[in-house]
Each structure stands twice: as structure tokens, then as C-alpha cells.
Design a protein around this ligand. Structure first.
Ligand code: HEC
Length: 130
């Protein structure tokens, strides 16, 4: 009986870890979001080289540019994605993407495109609510 209880308890403790999926799950889902909604403008490689570049006034960002790594905090990226960027073609995504999809795409862009050291997925909760 005791064994049963400790087994159940350890499963319970593991649950948040298993449910969250971790970094690789976040990167996988972030890539799906990026390819579906962002690459059309920001380019497959995130360097801003896309067809759309030629037809809009402010070209989409080149996420691979080194200077961006210092300028772009997670929260700046989150708010730009939620609200869009005024006077540019960057749309607001808050009605189309869930908080988790937004945090996953930030994780993906920061790690795979900006080449930053990312050790855990970006939290779906903005820092100001914590
Ligand atoms: C219709 C074209 C378009 C699409 C689609 C698009 N973007 Fe953008 N994005 C832009 C443009 C244009 C800018 C502004 C570039 C600048 O200010 O130099 C921008 C800027 C940004 C910025 C930086 C904002 C800042 O703080 O300066 C982020 C982050 C970003 N986009 C993320 C995304 C993500 C994530 C997606 C997909 C969910 C996406 N974009 C989809 C065109 C687009």
C-alpha cells in the first residue's frame, strides 16, 4: 500500500514537468507558429529576406542581426507580437495566437534565429504579471 502511495505521489510531483513539455517541445511548436505566421515577412531563415520585403515601406526585421540580441528583451518581443508595431506592416497577433504560442515562437526566434543562449522555454506569462 505504501509503495502505491509513494508511486502516486511521485507521479503527481512529476506532472508539471511532463505537462510543460520543456524546451524541445517549445522549440518544436514555436517553429510551427513561425513558419505558419511569421516567415512570410521575416523570411524562412529569419533574416528578413522575403517576397514581402519588396512591397512594404519598413522592411521586416532581420532577426539574425547581431545588434538585436542586446536590444530585444523577451518582453519587448512579446508586446510587439501582441500589439503589432505602429506604422509598419507588423500585425497584432493577440487575437490569433494563444499566450503559449506567442511564448513558444519567442523561444524559437531567440534560440534558433537570434542564436542566443536559451536554457528554458519563455514563460507564457508576461513578467509584469508575476
Ligand atoms: C505582414 C508582414 C509581417 C508578418 C506576417 C510578421 N511581421 Fe514581425 N515585423 C514586420 C515589420 C515590417 C516589422 C518592423 C520592422 C522594423 O521596425 O524595422 C516587424 C517587427 C517585428 C518585431 C520587432 C518589433 C520591435 O520591437 O521593434 C518582432 C519581435 C516581430 N516582428 C515578430 C514577428 C512574429 C513572431 C511574427 C509571427 C507571429 C511576425 N513578426 C509576423 C512584419 C511582419
Amino acid at each position: 500500500m505504501n509503495k502505491m502511495i509513494s508511486l502516486l505521489l511521485s507521479l503527481l510531483l512529476l506532472f508539471p514537468v511532463l505537462a510543460s513539455g520543456g524546451l524541445s517541445e517549445s522549440l518544436k511548436n514555436g517553429k510551427i507558429v513561425y513558419q505558419a505566421y511569421c516567415s512570410v515577412c521575416h523570411g524562412d531563415k529569419g533574416d528578413g529576406q522575403s517576397f514581402v520585403r519588396n512591397v512594404i515601406k519598413t522592411p521586416p526585421l532581420d532577426f539574425t542581426h547581431k545588434a538585436l540580441a542586446d536590444q530585444f528583451s523577451v518582453e519587448r518581443m512579446r508586446w510587439a507580437i501582441l500589439l503589432g508595431k505602429p506604422d509598419t506592416a507588423m500585425p497584432a497577433w493577440r487575437f490569433d495566437l494563444t499566450p503559449l504560442q506567442i511564448s513558444d515562437v519567442i523561444t524559437y526566434i531567440r534560440k534558433e534565429i537570434m542564436g542566443l543562449k536559451v536554457v528554458e522555454p519563455v514563460s507564457p506569462e508576461p513578467a509584469i504579471y508575476k
